[in-house]
Design a protein around this ligand. Structure first.
Ligand SMILES: NC(=O)c1ccc[n+]([C@@H]2O[C@H](COP(=O)([O-])OP(=O)(O)OC[C@H]3O[C@@H](n4cnc5c(N)ncnc54)[C@H](OP(=O)(O)O)[C@@H]3O)[C@@H](O)[C@H]2O)c1
Length: 229
């Protein structure tokens, strides 16, 4: 039976490369979600197995959007929560809006998405949350990243809590804490820094992990990094 894969945050960076990697297998059906639908349509036009859909983790009608996108989809086999929102500001300058936006996109929107899609995931699906080494306890921390990295730490904790609550079900959830990958977000966080890892390399790792790792693990937090940051 055709595998259905959903990637949230597909318009650029690692998410774009995840779609490029997974779409090579034309036996899978992929839903690429992001706010920038036009950009996705253009860059994925060459793939017959990719559907591009507008989706905003910060939207008030997040549930309505998901119901609309997946109204004709019975089951989802893999959900990759790759979207992320970076705030890079000194602690004293952070506004309530900065905190709210970071937590909405990086944590609350993802938890609500999982809640909403549960009925379509309850048949052995794998949910992969993309966090950061900055949200992994005990790692080196960097100034300016309070609003972002605390939210990434929350999604780590969510992974452990979800796996515990759903251990009697067939759904598995794991979390990857990424180190530096050469994307626009990295340039916003660490201007001028050159990462050892390209989005294509990381996407291949994430894609293979999403397709296979739930056979071996559940509720695991996996650091994926060769460098600091
Ligand atoms: N690059 C790194 O070094 C690094 C390190 C650690 C962790 N990570 C994590 O890896 C993931 C991918 O990072 P990246 O570097 O590829 O980031 P990126 O280039 O900034 O891409 C982020 C993606 O998230 C989507 N997105 C942002 N806000 C959204 C919203 N409100 N609703 C839906 N989609 C939204 C963006 O699409 P639209 O703008 O079109 O919506 C975009 O496709 C993120 O979770 C990030 O935190 C990255």
């Amino acid at each position: 039976m055709t595998k259905t894969i959903v990637n949230i945050g597909s318009s650029r960076g690692i998410g774009k490369s995840i779609i490029d990697f997974l779409a090579k297998d034309d036996s899978v059906k992929i839903y690429a979600l992001s706010r920038n639908e036009e950009k996705m349509r253009k860059q994925f036009a060459k793939y017959k197995n990719v559907e591009c859909k507008f989706f905003d983790l910060n939207a008030k009608d997040l549930r309505g959007q998901l119901e609309y996108i997946f109204s004709k989809v019975d089951k989802i086999d893999v959900l990759i929560n790759n979207a992320g929102y970076l705030v890079n500001k000194p602690f004293e300058s952070l506004t309530r809006r900065d905190f709210e936006l970071s937590y909405q996109v990086n944590v609350i929107g993802i938890m609500e998405t999982v809640q909403c899609l549960l009925p379509k995931l309850e048949h052995g699906a794998h949910i992969v949350n993309i966090s950061s080494m900055g949200g992994f306890q005990g790692t080196v921390k960097f100034p300016g990243l309070v609003a972002y990295s605390t939210a990434k730490a929350a999604i780590v904790c969510f992974t452990e809590l979800f796996a515990e609550e759903f251990k009697g079900s067939t759904i598995k959830m794991n979390c990857l804490c990424l180190g530096a990958v050469q994307t626009e977000m990295l340039q916003e966080a660490f201007p001028g820094y050159e990462a050892l890892v390209s989005p294509e390399q990381m996407a291949e790792y994430i894609g293979n992990f999403a397709l296979t790792a739930h056979q071996w693990m559940n509720g695991r937090i996996v650091p994926v990094s060769l460098s600091t940051p």
